[in-house]
Design a protein around this ligand. Structure first.
Ligand code: HPA
Length: 258
């Protein structure tokens, strides 16, 4: 297929998925959430809820990773019309970076202009401990790809999108204030994304640390690039589930949950 054909196809797929969602829930969501490993249950608290399994939506990628449900949940979060992705797909499952980020394009098409992304990550900063929450200040794309590779879809955004405020300073400010008000300790730092699925070696973690990363994971970056392309303001929070390889004298297992 020609590049123009592929562009048209992606546009059509986004429209078809968004139409399928709108046919089942008429309120326009303003806020999107991507709920990573173990955090999916937050969307269960939505009011006036519509739950749509991904396999009832055209072109939606299906999550295979443990701990990732595959439901789209629409409703009200604290009175705000919202839509949540309960579970995401990852590059390591064999999806392309663009397929991983496809649902974000659909959420934008539904109307969101703010996105909250969460993930599980390994701690690199020696100041971190498992259980910490880290507000993502910036990221490093070490996944060896970019979801915007290919002909640009001008309706979605510019060829060369700015990434200098990939994580909205205004949204970060609000969250820092809220955390302080509620006595919640919130770390801050840079998230480095690698493809996985193998955990990193201690040498790779030393490399990430020298480069300036505070946490490491296998997700989030494709979605955040696509969100920035479309002018969506992003807030990111990592849950530090383990210290990254070589930071402690122990091995990693799936219990550390990417
Ligand atoms: N490395 C990569 N991804 C992860 C980790 C890790 O140590 N922990 C949770 N997700």
């Amino acid at each position: 297929m020609s590049q123009n054909g592929e562009t048209g196809q992606v546009r059509d797929q986004v429209r078809q998925a968004a139409d399928a969602i709108r046919s089942r829930h008429t309120a326009t969501p303003r806020l999107g959430l991507i709920l990573g490993s173990g955090l999916g249950r937050y969307a269960d608290t939505f009011r006036k809820k519509t739950v749509i399994p991904y396999d009832e939506l055209p072109h939606f990628p299906r999550p295979g990773a443990p701990g990732h449900r595959g439901d789209l949940v629409l409703g009200e979060a604290e009175g705000i019309p919202a839509v949540a992705l309960q579970g995401r797909v990852h590059r390591y499952e064999g999806y392309t970076m663009a397929q991983v980020a496809f649902p974000v394009r659909v959420l934008w098409s539904l109307g969101i202009r703010q996105l909250i992304v969460t993930n599980a990550a390994g701690g690199i900063s020696p100041q971190f401990s498992p259980g910490d929450l880290m507000l993502i200040t910036d990221h490093m794309n070490l996944m060896g790809g970019n979801p915007l590779v290919g002909i640009n879809i001008d309706e979605f955004g510019p060829r060369f999108p700015d990434m200098s405020e990939a994580y909205s300073p205004a949204m970060r400010e609000i969250v820092l204030r809220a955390a302080a008000e509620h006595g919640i300790t919130l770390r801050q730092g840079v998230y480095a994304a690698l493809t996985g699925p193998a955990y990193e070696t201690p040498a790779e973690i030393r490399m990430c640390r020298i480069l300036g990363a505070d946490a490491v994971g296998m997700s989030t970056v494709p979605e955040v690039i696509v969100a920035n392309h479309m002018g969506i303001a992003v807030l990111g929070i990592s849950c530090i589930t383990n210290m990254a390889a070589g930071m402690l004298p122990r091995k990693l297992s799936h219990a550390d949950s990417p």
